[in-house]
Write a protein that binds this ligand. Sequence first.
Ligand code: CAA
Length: 256
Amino acid sequence: MENPIIVERKERVVIVTLNRPAARNALNSDIMNAVTSELAPLDRDPDVGCFVLRGSDKAFAAGADIKEMAEKSFSEMYSEDFFAAWDRFAAFRTPKIAAVSGYALGGGCELAMMCDMIFAADNAMFGQPEIKLGVIPGMGGSQRLTRLVGKSKAMDMVLTGRMMDAVEAERCGLVARVIPADQLMDEVLKAAQTIAGYSKIATTAAREAVDRALETSLREGLLFERRLFHSLFATADQKEGMKAFVEKRVADFKGK
Ligand code: CAA
């Protein structure tokens, strides 16, 4: 059996390719278990500074595997806490970029939203079509999409099941950048290498601070940010980063 994912390392960047192109990368348990278990040690590796998650040219991922789910009962879904393992992916602390080409539907769109940012090829199509199957999003779509694009657009996507293209996705804040399809990976890798070149303590703190904005009040979020900012003055990388600026040289961060 082919490996459900391909994991490659380019210096401090780890590229994960979902590898069920014939099934449009439908997210079955094999993919879920491979992504969470193979990335867990890399997430803890101080020499890994960024993850990139991508699919094929045609499909980032067309959602949870409908064929795997179709015959399950409520008690199976509930007792397995089906999809809960994806929480482990969302909780990885290494910055993650979703490189979306083609379809990102249902669980595919939800997986992309678990990443810190989405870079979309100009052929990307996003959607939460679960309503057409008699269900609703189950990997965070109703929550993350609403926080990213607002209630009205999220309701439109979740209740009609329609797709939106990359331009609309960028306009409404789902996507960070839209890139011509043939340049997608070059631009994603450039951004990933830039991020991976910074202090991993600082990038971890930065993403924790931004994520907190979606979960708390402004007052608490501002305090959380300020305390994290203060705490970075305990790191060697802060000393190195500011010294390098003053000495007009490139900083050499150690993640300490
Ligand atoms: N689950 C299982 N198999 C899938 C799949 C999915 N989500 N999406 C595509 N496939 C399979 C198809 O069944 C087909 O298999 P066969 O070759 O064995 O017939 C193969 O992938 C190719 O699919 P298509 O022929 O349909 O390819 P296409 O290019 O014409 O269309 C598509 C692509 C628009 C993505 C279409 O496949 C599609 O609509 N897929 C389903 C999308 C969907 O409903 N996603 C939501 C899933 S539920 C979910 O994700 C719940 C959640 O919240 C986590």
